[in-house]
Design a protein around this ligand. Structure first.
Ligand SMILES: [Zn+2]
Length: 498
């Protein structure tokens, strides 16, 4: 053997030890299912998704199935059962673990605890949610997948609790997520080969967290409702001499909302270097999932619940002449909801937030279920009095936030943005000094007080806004497209006469 070949062989032997082994794990994941349990045009439905989980488990040896939160809130099956039916279905689907999204709190502490108790087969984890001073859930768990020990830690992203109704998070405390995940990662790395975080904070924040936190191999996320058709590897392994030898790279992945797709992440882990050496990612779309045999017990459970709700939610209310969507600054379905809020209490002005509009209203005969799909949240109607000037200030500041402009009834205004990105109201039908009675939801009142710092002194009527909207469309009988021109969006900054 020549000296040169001998040297190559020796160096190869040093680099690749003979007993090194690359393990492959398939992680299937969902996020933001939002109670889309039944299959529809855009959603695969829980039975098909669970059927896919079962199929992959039959094909592959090392499978982990995760959900990154927000399975509640959407079609009436969620609100009408205060989340109970959704927890029951999730438990039948074959998940290895779930975590909490912000919408899991939508029905309050008692309903959440009841939902958690319904999970007999499925560990639910969260490292940063306290209830009455104590951790609500275990932070993490360790599972054997093939020859590997995999740790899974869960958590809810920073600041999201601001968007939850105050009555729903009474008694809860939310610790900063990255710090808690770091604490868990340090501990779990002692015991596990791979550490996977399931988080509910949005892809961008997951990427930021991957840069900051050490010792997480994978982040599976949710919340932003994006279509995430690629995963990213974040983090630079620097020179070991510079003290960076423990730094790992982190793969960040998310899927799509409403069961429009399941994420399929294949991980390749080298047990010699204790590192992920490669990954593959793709979204398995609703069209592909429709080809899979649905899981019978899940389909049966959904049918059973829907049958029990049919009498209440299948009732026909009115005929809608053309579909009312959520496009543009002024959203036709938002105008209808604002009109209904004003009508319900005989107020001059109605206001509703864009984020509370969860679906379009289809044309044709509509049922109670259609109304609840549009506004699924458990909110009550509240009223307050303000001057025109105060109201303009509220509209401007609300629209300056990323959550969108308030939808209005009983007024019209021009909306534009200053060079600094602040929303401004141009011409407006309100008289500045006059007092107006406004009808909206407890949620909007709380947001105005908490986020805008405006004291409202509002009255909570205790009336469910969904029921009020059912009554409003019944009163209309035939629902026409609400009059337009309430929010006139102006592209450029206006020169207003002083
Ligand atoms: Zn969310």
């Amino acid at each position: 053997m020549s000296r040169k070949i001998f040297c190559i062989l020796i160096s190869w032997w040093l680099v690749v030890p003979l007993h090194a082994k690359v393990h492959r794990i398939v992680v299937l994941h969902t996020n933001d299912l939002h109670a889309h349990l039944a299959a529809s045009g855009r959603s695969a439905g829980a039975a098909a998704i669970a059927g896919y989980f079962k199929q992959v488990r039959a094909e592959e040896r090392n499978v982990l199935v995760l959900d990154a939160g927000d399975y509640l809130q959407g079609p009436p099956i969620s609100a009408a059962t205060k989340g109970r039916a959704v927890f029951e279905v999730m438990d039948l689907m074959g998940y290895s673990s779930l975590t909490l999204g912000n919408h899991e709190f939508d029905y309050g502490a008692e309903s959440l605890q009841q939902g958690i108790d319904l999970l007999e087969e499925t560990p639910i984890i969260s490292c940063n949610v306290l209830y009455q001073g104590k951790p609500l859930l275990p932070p993490s768990f360790i599972i054997s997948i093939g020859e590997l020990k995999v740790a899974v830690v869960g958590g809810l992203g920073g600041g999201l609790y601001h968007s939850i109704s105050a009555k729903c998070i009474a008694g809860f405390e939310f610790l900063p997520l990255a710090a808690e995940i770091q604490r868990q990662a340090t501990r779990l790395n002692e015991k596990a080969d791979l550490v996977i975080a399931i988080t509910h904070q949005g892809f961008d924040r997951d990427l930021e967290m991957a840069e900051r936190v050490r010792g997480i191999d994978v982040i599976i996320g949710g919340h932003d409702h994006g279509w995430h058709d690629s995963a990213k590897m974040v983090g630079v392994i620097k020179d070991a001499a510079a003290g960076e030898k423990d730094r790992r790279q982190t793969v960040v992945a998310s899927a799509a909302p409403y069961g429009k797709a399941v994420g399929r992440l294949e991980l390749f882990y080298d047990d010699e270097t204790d590192k992920l050496v490669d990954f593959k990612f793709r979204l398995v779309t609703a069209a592909e999932l429709a080809e899979v045999a649905p899981l019978g017990k899940v389909a049966e459970k959904i049918e059973e619940v829907e049958r029990s709700l049919e009498q209440r939610f299948g009732r026909k209310l009115a005929t809608v002449l053309e579909p009312l969507n959520r496009k543009g600054w002024e959203k036709p379905v938002g105008s209808l909801v604002a009109d209904g809020l004003a009508w319900a209490v005989g107020a001059e002005i109605g206001l509703t937030n864009t984020g509370g509009l969860r679906d379009d209203l289809p044309a044709g005969e509509i049922t109670v279920a259609d109304i609840w799909k549009v506004i699924p949240f458990d909110n009550t109607i509240c009223t307050f009095n303000v001057t025109g000037k105060q109201l303009i200030n509220i509209l401007e500041r609300y629209a300056s936030r990323r959550s969108g402009a308030l939808q209005v009834s009983g007024l019209s205004h021009q909306l534009y943005f200053s060079n600094r990105g602040r929303a401004k109201i141009g011409e407006c039908s309100l008289a500045l000094q006059r007092s107006y009675r406004v009808s909206t939801t407890d949620y909007v009142c709380q947001q105005i007080e908490k986020r805008l710092g405006e004291k409202l002194d509002y009255l909570d009527t205790g009336r469910d806004w969904r029921v009020a909207l059912e009554e409003y469309v019944t009163h209309l009988g035939v629902v026409e497209k609400p009059e337009t021109g309430r929010i006139k969006y102006v592209e450029k900054e206006l020169k207003i006469k002083k």
